[in-house]
Design a protein. Structure first.
Lengths: 357, 362
């Protein structure tokens, strides 16, 4: 008897945790959606959507979003999120761009990435070390970085980068568009971190159950800080790519990518709250969002309606993942009965203990 | 060994802070009040001619009244254990709906009622998504924010809706016999939320659910129903703030509430409302909102550039979060727990790496 009981206790925990595959995972279900979207836009607008120019522009936009979203993935996996990624991109556009104009490309890249590491360290130490909520910390960081960037640049955009800067996100590396090449390198790097290194196991583990990890001797704080540093560093890389793409360093570079990156990750199956998500899902989430926004623009649907569509898509994608997790069934079935009171037991409880005036 | 020597002062600091909290950090409202007084003193001494004048005080009261109402809205969502980042978009959207109804159907009452109804509806959708459907508050209200910005711009053609009846100013813009109407309305909102939170079953359950959801469910509270109710109240109060803002600006505009989602959370947290639920007082939220308003206004008046203001605001938001944590005894337990971990036998080898040198991991 005792054995059966143990098995019963352990089994649900296993089914909760077992299906974590950092590479493929549940993101695959997005592939049909992506194909359908491409077919619809391609067949409806054959002269505008499936052209080389449009594919290049989608690659440029999507590559930048991919870099931010991969970073956001680390923050989400560890159980938090980072609202400061877009401000980070704008700040790097100004600070890194300024250095790039005066001291050359390499110095600019170094300063940009160093800024990302520092931003991530501050975020991570406040969130993981001190225990302030990710919302408050990254919101404060967002406000600070925007203002600091404006202070540095006196509110003006920065021009005149060396011509080599275009290899960061504008022209191609040979036949491959630069953003795609950089994106592929980042995906490979993330796959190594999450799939091969101990850090990946710990990051998933901390997001899944922080207390269990602590009890098992994982240095939780360190790996949580690491996740935020990786997040901010990738955001800085995205900031450098965006700077190259638009050829302007401005504080408003990347505006909106904070929410878009969270949306893309969530659409790709990364759970808000941590512990679940795959790289492939993130890539597909970014692709779906990029194709959707580009397609809607080509279809002549205004920016305002696009906002409405993205808002709905964000909520729907979470709802779909909830349905897959069986929550909806649970809510409508078991909890529904509990809520609407089919059983005497529930009524009894509320009238005797809860409802008594 | 050097690690040990270095860590001891840190440990002493942690325990000293832990001991000090009972004396220094207990009375949340007193702290905020002291901070407010200090701010007022600094700005008054800095710019006596412009800051501490009757006109500027009235100005602070007018601007602050909107923030107080949004912060109260946010408080309902925070108390029950979530948050609502769509309050700013809700304000702008409700102001557009109210303005359009006012112009097309005449009558301020129609517009105000329509605005409030739309706000409550937004709260209802948020609440249903977050409560029964268990979408995370972040994803649900982020989706709502994006959606409302789009729909509001569609309804207003991306412009501000002007030409409102001049008497609309009485709902938050103009003065009622020398008393700014916004202040009166904010006081009414404070009274209403006091009644709800402290004199009704709903309030009791909101605190209870925020404190422990599972315990509330076990004693028979219909958790989802009250969660939906809290978000409806949040939406309702947010749209009320949006209407007050529209009355002050004399236009309805989708972007008019931008920034209030963050300021409202900051005000509530400064005032002692815990992110995570169950803890928070109305008086604290009002003081927190006033603190932010005095800070913003003061920095403006003394002529500090808008960029530096942004940097100061960012730091204040994070500091508020840290101070908010200090009120929780767990914070010091946590701090103390972190320090001896560097003293254990394995800690000797690891040194003080918990403090952050992370980039050479893996």
């Amino acid at each position: 008897m005792a054995r059966i009981d143990v098995a019963r206790v352990i089994a649900p925990a296993r089914t909760d945790r077992a299906p974590r595959r950092p590479v493929a995972g549940s993101g695959l279900r997005l592939l049909p959606a992506l194909i359908v979207l491409c077919l619809v836009f391609g067949l409806r607008y054959p002269s505008a959507f499936p052209t080389v120019g449009n594919l290049q522009s989608m690659a440029q936009v999507g590559g930048v979003l991919l870099a931010v979203t991969l970073g956001q993935g680390f923050a989400l996996l560890v159980g938090g999120f980072d609202l400061s990624v877009a401000a980070n991109m704008g700040f790097v556009g100004v600070a890194g761009g300024d250095v790039m104009v005066h001291h050359g490309l390499a110095a600019g890249i170094a300063v940009g990435i160093a800024a990302g590491v520092v931003i991530g360290l501050v975020n991570g130490l406040l969130i993981a070390g001190v225990g302030v909520s990710p919302f408050v910390v990254t919101l404060g960081m967002l406000t600070f970085l925007k203002a600091f960037g404006n202070q540095i640049a006196h509110g003006a955009p920065i021009f005149g980068f060396p011509s080599s800067a275009q290899y960061l996100g504008h022209t191609g590396w040979g036949p491959i568009p630069a953003p795609i090449a950089i994106g592929a390198i980042l995906v490979a790097a993330m796959w190594i971190v999450l799939g091969l290194l101990r850090a990946g196991t710990y990051i998933y583990g901390i997001g899944g159950n922080r207390e269990a990890c602590r009890a098992a001797g994982v240095p939780v704080v360190r790996y949580e800080v690491l996740a935020y540093v990786l997040c901010a560093t990738l955001a800085s890389v995205a900031g450098l790519m965006e700077l190259s793409r638009v050829s302007i360093g401005y504080v408003s570079n990347g505006t909106g990518d904070d929410l878009l990156s969270i949306a893309a990750a969530v659409i790709g199956g990364v759970a808000i709250g941590g512990g679940t998500g795959s790289i492939f899902g993130v890539v597909l989430g970014v692709a779906v969002l990029t194709v959707l926004t580009t397609g809607l623009t080509i279809a002549g649907i205004g920016e305002f309606y696009q906002d409405m569509v993205s808002g709905t898509v964000i909520v729907l994608s979470v709802l779909v993942s909830r349905v897959r997790a069986g929550v909806l069934r649970e809510v409508i079935g078991v909890r529904g009965r509990e809520r609407f009171g089919d059983g005497l037991s529930h009524r009894g409880v509320t009238t005797t203990s809860g409802r008594e005036p | 060994m050097p690690d040990r020597a270095e860590s001891l002062p840190l440990r002493g600091l942690a325990s000293a802070l832990g001991r000090g909290r009972t004396a220094l950090l207990r009375a949340t409202n007193l702290q905020v009040l002291a901070g407010l007084a200090a701010l007022w003193l600094v700005f008054s001494l800095w710019q006596p001619g412009t800051f501490s004048t009757g006109g500027n005080t009235l100005n602070i009261a007018r601007q602050g009244s909107v923030l107080v109402v949004v912060a109260l809205a946010q408080m309902f969502a925070l108390l029950i254990g979530g948050f609502d980042i769509s309050v700013g978009a809700n304000m702008g959207f409700s102001s557009v709906v109210a303005s359009r109804m006012m112009i097309e159907h005449g009558g301020i009452a129609v517009g105000v009622v329509a605005g409030l109804a739309v706000g409550a509806l937004i709260g209802l959708v948020n609440g249903l998504l977050i409560g029964p459907l268990r979408v995370s508050p972040f994803a649900a209200t982020l989706g709502m924010l994006t959606f409302l910005l789009g729909l509001g711009n569609v309804l207003s053609n991306g412009q501000s809706v002007g030409g409102l009846p001049s008497s609309f100013g009485l709902v938050g813009g103009a003065d009622w016999d020398h008393i700014p109407s916004g202040v009166v309305l904010a006081l009414a909102a404070v009274g209403l939320s006091w009644l709800i939170l402290n004199r009704s079953r709903l309030g009791l359950y909101v605190y209870g659910i925020g404190g422990s959801r599972s315990a509330a469910r076990l004693v028979g509270v219909r958790v989802y129903a009250y969660e939906v109710a809290a978000y409806v109240l949040c939406g309702l109060f947010a749209s009320f703030a949006g209407i007050m803002l529209a009355a002050r600006l004399s236009v309805g505009q989708t972007e008019s509430g931008a920034g209030y989602e963050l300021l409202s959370i900051a005000a509530a947290v400064i005032g002692g409302t815990a992110i995570g639920g169950g803890i928070g007082r109305i008086s604290g939220v009002v003081l927190g909102a006033l603190f932010i308003q005095v800070l913003t206004n003061g920095l403006d008046v003394v002529g500090i550039g808008v960029y530096v203001q942004g940097m100061v605001t960012g730091i204040v938001i994070v500091l508020a979060g840290v101070v908010g944590l200090m009120r929780n005894p767990d914070f010091f337990v946590r701090l103390r727990a972190l320090v001896p971990s560097a003293l254990t036998s394995r800690g000797h080898l690891r040194g003080r790496r918990w403090l952050g040198s992370t980039s050479h991991e893996s």
